[in-house]
Design a protein around this ligand. Sequence first.
Ligand code: NAD
Length: 291
Amino acid sequence: MEIKTVGIVGAGQMGSGIAHVFALSGHDVLLSDMSADALSNALALIDRNIERQVSRGKVSAEDKAAAIARIRTTTRLADLGPTDLIVEAATERESVKVAIFEDLLPHIQPHTILTSNTSSISITRLATRTDRPEKFMGLHFMNPVPVMQLVELIRGIATDEATYKTLLAVVEKLGKTAASAEDFPAFIVNRILVPMINEAVYTLYEGVGSVRSIDESLKLGANHPMGPLELADFIGLDTCLAIMNVLHDGLADTKYRPCPLLVKYVEAGWLGRKTQRGFYDYRGEVPVPTR
Ligand code: NAD
């Protein structure tokens, strides 16, 4: 099946990046969010980010104009009814995602494939809350979507081969590389990455290092392009905590215990770059460590 129209639910960091890459690769995109502000911010961000690609000579001005013209927005989930593929990229909370799929079901077509960009929640379990577990998959983009090459493809127990092949072709058309992961908590990338971030927060919590020394150590000592705390701010501390909770609950191993300091930052609403404060404060000219 060829995917021509794509509906995206959630216009946050990920949804806006996903809309960007689908529109640039020639798909008609309908981007939805319950917040009209999130939609207008997403459109402005997409415009800025594609403009950056134009100024670097990676995208032509005509292709930019065509991509922007392919993106429409809506606050009503029902408007996503006619699309061939839906990518759910709303907040990382199972109840939110389940409610979105339940609201979508009466409106979508029989052939529509449903996917979730979840970082950690069981695809098999989400699929059972729909009328089409065989046409349901995890389509996990990395942040920032326009820059990162990998897309994880996660099959639920019931996902059929045709759906998997269709999504492999979609990833190829986006110019990205697919990695297949089994449906276990946090899949491949976050199963490894987020416990490392959680360990960095423990290292801070126990006073082994400061925000700056922890990030410098991993950049210069392990050749990571970003330090783990800087990366946590980039991902969103609420998302990091949600992933640790899924690992802890799903694998029942104390090694996945979320660090109390991570919980504290989330309780404070210091969620990283998206709220301008996390392990660093982004409100000034340069990021300043908050501990
Ligand atoms: P975000 O907080 O930036 O955006 C979430 C958006 O969802 C918000 O705009 C919110 O208004 C919207 N939303 C919430 N409930 C909704 C509903 N019922 N209907 C419509 N819209 C709704 O979050 P994000 O970082 O973009 O993450 C979104 C998803 O992508 C999560 O599942 C997350 O785990 C996953 N993900 C995140 C990253 C990352 O690095 N941040 C990477 C890969 C995958």
